[in-house]
Design a binder for this molecule. Structure first.
Ligand code: ADP
Length: 441
């Protein structure tokens, strides 16, 4: 049926049904009192009218239901898209906001729905980012990607909290092409941009950090080659062994740097998975101490071990926790002095829901001003670089992430020339045990 007719029927459907029923009733009454051809024609006409109006009424409700279905579908699409969506009218009255937008702007739909947004609202810290996204000219850092035509694309960067948003603004028009509102899609690129930036940083640092041990390895091989091809050499087998040991140590350091880089990249990208299980922390740390003793001996460093109890049960990923403890212990060995000590102590924390492990060395220490940077990515203090030129500066960054993912904390204290103590805590209280890692959710 012609859509115009349907539209017309829709508009009159309900009233027409009522009217035709009245005509039908009066025709029946007339027929009963004085049957004649006119009454019969009226009756037939009213019956046709009833059918037409029922049909149009049905059509009307059907298309009403279709409209409702369409609206529900549209709402579901808006709610489920990964990007934030804000819909507002020409007076900046918010008509809709999806869950992704609530998450980006840390506001709830109820707070803004139906509210006319004014630029002054940006003074309210809670709404600042939301308002500045609607009025980008208010934001302190914007980059217009496309200004002419639609959509208008603008990148907005916020500090505190750090957010990098790409916004796409489109007009909403009615059938007559009048602008009745706007739809703004907001893509939160913060994470992707950070990963991209840190990938660039990774490449530069990786190349730089690996250059030192690889140069030394190449030099070692060159010495061995010369040694083997020189018949008149004064060097003996002992010298050759020393050279190969050095080369071997350097290649191990290079591998550690590569492992650190790969692990730090996994942390950044949220791929550093954890497999938790119950472990006896005392036995666990004792076995790490035993393995570390071989290297400690080479450095002339003694490791002492004591525990307040036979067993502290914790819920940990043994591989990852082993990596964290080994990082601290390795540093305590390599940044120590010949004849120095390392004290490993396990005891209950002042917060009795935790166990506390301290690893104290008698080494070179860390200058006070450098202490806040120790857990930053790639940071290596100058005195440490002097003692050990090869390192990634990622060990402590990885260690902090691992301990915090177990629900614990890590902190340190140091004095130049006297030594450094690292502490970390782990929950012994079952209610604090993690079964998913932070940053991995
Ligand atoms: P790396 O050891 O590869 O340099 P880390 O992330 O393990 O990297 O450590 C970062 C920095 O923290 C070190 O370069 C050093 O300056 C400092 N540091 C860590 N542990 C100690 C320690 N026990 N004694 C002195 N300095 C330390």
């Amino acid at each position: 049926m012609n859509t115009e007719i349907i539209k017309f029927l829709k508009s009159i459907g309900g009233k027409m049904l009522l009217f035709s029923l009245l005509v039908f009733l009066s025709a029946i009454l007339n027929l009963a009192s004085s049957p004649n051809p006119t009454t019969i024609i009226t009756l037939a006409f009213s019956i046709i009218l009833i059918f037409v109006s029922i049909f149009s009424y049905k059509n009307n409700s059907k298309s009403g239901a279709a409209d409702k279905t369409r609206n529900a579908e549209l709402e579901a699409v808006i709610q489920n898209v990964k990007d934030g969506v804000i819909i507002y009218d020409t007076n900046f009255r918010i008509l809709d906001l999806n869950a992704a937008a609530e998450e980006i702007f840390k506001i709830s739909k109820e707070e803004v729905l139906g509210v006319q947004i004014q630029p002054e609202k940006a003074q309210n810290q809670h709404f600042r980012i939301f308002v500045e996204t609607i009025f980008p000219s208010l934001a302190s850092s914007i980059n217009t990607i496309s200004d002419s035509g639609w959509p208008k694309v603008v990148d907005i960067t916020f500090e505190d909290p750090h957010l990098e948003l790409r916004t796409y603004l489109n007009q909403v028009t009615d059938d007559a092409q009048n602008v009745i509102g706007f739809i703004k899609t907001v893509s939160n690129d913060t994470r992707e941009n950070t990963i991209l930036k840190s990938k660039g940083e990774f490449l530069t640092v990786a190349a730089h950090q690996l250059r030192t041990p690889l140069t030394a390895i190449s030099w070692t091989f060159e010495s061995i080659k010369n040694f083997l091809s020189d018949d008149n050499t004064t060097k003996n087998k002992e010298d050759l062994k020393k050279l190969t040991d050095e080369g071997w140590g350097l290649s191990k350091r290079s591998l550690k740097i590569i492992d650190d880089l790969l692990n730090a990249a996994k942390i950044e990208e949220g791929r550093f998975g954890f497999n938790f299980e119950k472990i006896n922390l005392v036995d666990f740390l004792k076995s790490i101490k035993n393995s570390a003793e071989v290297i400690a001996d080479e450095y002339g460093v003694k490791i002492l071990f004591s525990s307040g109890a036979e067993n502290y049960e914790v819920y940990a990923d043994p591989t990852k926790l082993g990596m964290a403890v080994t990082n601290i212990l390795d540093n305590a060995i390599k940044y120590n002095v010949k004849g120095g000590n390392i004290d490993i102590l396990i005891e209950p924390d002042t917060d009795t829901r935790f166990v506390r492990v301290s690893i104290a060395d008698t080494g070179i220490g860390i200058p006070k001003e450098n202490l806040p940077k120790i857990f930053q990515k790639f940071y290596r203090s100058e005195n440490a670089q002097h003692v050990e030129p090869n390192g990634s500066g990622l060990g402590m960054y990885i260690t902090k992430n691992i301990i915090e993912s177990h629900g614990g904390k890590v902190f340190l204290e140091s004095q130049v020339g006297r030594g450094t103590t690292f502490w970390f805590t782990l929950p012994t209280d079952k209610s604090l045990w993690r079964d998913t890692a932070i940053g991995n959710k």
